[in-house]
Design a protein around this ligand. Structure first.
Ligand SMILES: [Zn+2]
Length: 502
């Protein structure tokens, strides 16, 4: 088998093979956030999708270098800096921090490199200089430097690799200065924008005078700086195909004369409650809006990765409710598995706890097929159903329960739902992971609540569980009082201990 992915360049499903001759290292670039506001749920679909791709590649044994840029200078940002009368860095840093916090809350691995555009001005200028030297870029009367589509095509290069374009409509010499434009406005686009009064203090010196980079060139500079002139994977939402990605290809290949990216992956559009998201329709959600409604970040993640990345997805609050119960089913099953496995957990050393190979193979077969996540979820839920049946009939041995827990742990390397609390490092071994699931399954009310349980409290909870196991109830009660003095109350229920904030 092996992984197959749809490549927007060829418009077909292709075998995934990295450029690395050893077939091991993979360079992956994902267009990052434009930090002028909180990211909305449509943006999050792209970022969670990128995380899934990375996790699956790592699961398959690839050594992935994941780069996600921070667009911290472009048209919208400059407008907002002007409106809010602040400095560029002060303005963007608040949204950058919020973005990275939300990314973590959604269970996404932090990218290995998160370059900022403003810290790559020399690299940007160097690419533009190459394009000017090759005659593909020129400085216009307005002082800005533009990319000449006519000259680029004249060199035998193709503009319009990802989308079909109508060049008959294009008039030579027409230029577009703004970062975003429609296919119908096809024209030479800005690489370097000459300083205008509206830019305020946002400008840098360059061989063409003071100014700032266009949005598209930023991604070319940052991706090639970290991953080299040719790399394996470039991801983004389908709304970025034109002009952003088309321009990235033209600038990069125009400057280096080498193929820029081998596989282009585009995540499809997201509708909310059946409509295009808009503030006036009341269907515009950031992650924070959804958490404020009482949903957990884990449920949002699950819903975002429940459908194929190439299908337009309708995100609804009803869908989030369904996500909650689907995840509840997994949690409940894991909780029961822990109860059965508990007596053997102390002595797992030397015991066979390798995951169930059949389930893993079915899961892998599904994801190998252009990340067929719906089929992968069907494998997971069929397996959970079978486990529940065996549990109900009382025919699951502690050994089988441990294998099942270990299987889930392996699947979750890709799914990233992490049914585990933030435990102190020394507790994060296999046994603690299993206990951890028990803790997370004890009904802490929200992911925010979960995120906020301090390590100290988890440690006390762990000590109390240990004390109860050896029936040291005096110690257990002491710890309960200690927890209470720190503002946390423990309730013992038939399903296990419940932790609540006072
Ligand atoms: Zn980009």
């Amino acid at each position: 088998m092996g992984l197959k992915l749809f490549n927007t360049l060829s418009r077909s499903i292709q075998d995934f093979a990295p450029l690395d001759p050893a077939g091991k290292r993979v360079g992956m670039y994902c267009c990052g956030p434009t930090v002028y506001d909180f990211a909305h749920i449509g943006n999050w679909r792209s970022f969670v999708f990128a995380d899934l791709v990375r996790r699956y590649l790592e699961f398959c044994g690839y050594d992935v270098k994941h780069v996600m840029n921070i667009t911290d200078v472009e048209d919208k940002i400059i407008r907002r800096v002007r409106e809010t009368k602040t400095t560029l860095r002060d303005f963007t840093s608040q949204y950058e921090t919020a973005f990275l916090d939300d990314l973590k809350a959604l269970g996404c691995h932090a990218p290995h490199v998160t370059p900022r555009a403003t810290e790559h001005i020399p690299e940007i200028i160097a690419i533009i200089e190459k394009l000017v030297a090759r005659g593909i870029a020129y400085q216009a009367a307005d002082g800005s430097v533009y990319f000449s589509i006519e000259k680029y095509r004249g060199c035998g290069c193709t503009y319009g690799r990802l989308v079909k374009l109508n060049f008959d409509e294009m008039r030579t010499g027409e230029r577009v200065a703004s970062d975003e434009y429609e296919k119908e406005s096809l024209a030479d686009f800005a690489l370097w924008k000459a300083r205008v009064p509206e830019d305020g203090e946002v400008f840098w010196p360059s061989p063409w005078g003071e100014g700032r980079p266009g949005w598209h060139i930023e991604c070319s500079a940052m991706s090639m700086k970290v991953l080299g002139e040719s790399f394996d994977l470039h991801l983004g939402g389908e709304d970025l195909m034109f002009p952003h990605h088309e321009d990235e290809i033209a600038q990069s290949e125009g400057a280096t004369g080498k193929p820029f990216v081998k596989h282009w992956l585009h995540g499809a559009f997201l509708l909310v409650e059946g409509k295009k998201m808009s503030k006036s329709l009341g269907n515009f959600f950031t992650l924070r809006d959804l958490l404020a409604k009482g949903y957990r970040a884990r449920e949002v993640r699950y819903l975002l990765i429940s459908a194929s990345y190439r299908e337009t997805f309708n995100f609804t609050l009803k869908g989030l409710d369904a996500a909650k119960s689907a995840l509840g089913r997994i949690e409940e099953c894991l909780q029961k598995l822990i109860e059965i496995a508990e007596p053997m957990l102390k002595s797992t050393t030397g015991m066979d706890v390798s995951p169930a190979t059949l389930i893993l193979r079915q899961f892998t077969d599904a994801l190998d097929e252009d990340l067929n996540i719906s089929r992968a979820w069907a494998v997971v839920f069929d397996w959970i159903r079978d486990l529940n049946r065996a549990l109900a009939q009382g025919r699951l041995s502690p050994q089988e329960a441990i294998v099942a827990i270990s299987t889930w742990k392996k699947l979750d390397e890709v799914l990233g739902l992490g049914f585990r609390p933030k435990a102190p490092a020394r507790l994060v071994d296999d046994t603690a992971y299993v206990r951890g699931i028990g803790l997370a399954g004890t009904g802490m009310p929200s992911v925010q609540g979960e995120e906020n349980v301090p390590d100290e409290i988890i440690e006390l909870l762990q000590m109390r569980m240990d004390a109860r196991k050896v029936k040291d109830f005096k110690r257990s009660d002491e710890i309960r009082d200690q927890l209470k003095s720190k503002g946390w109350v423990i309730e013992d229920s038939p399903k296990g201990p419940k932790l609540k904030k006072l």
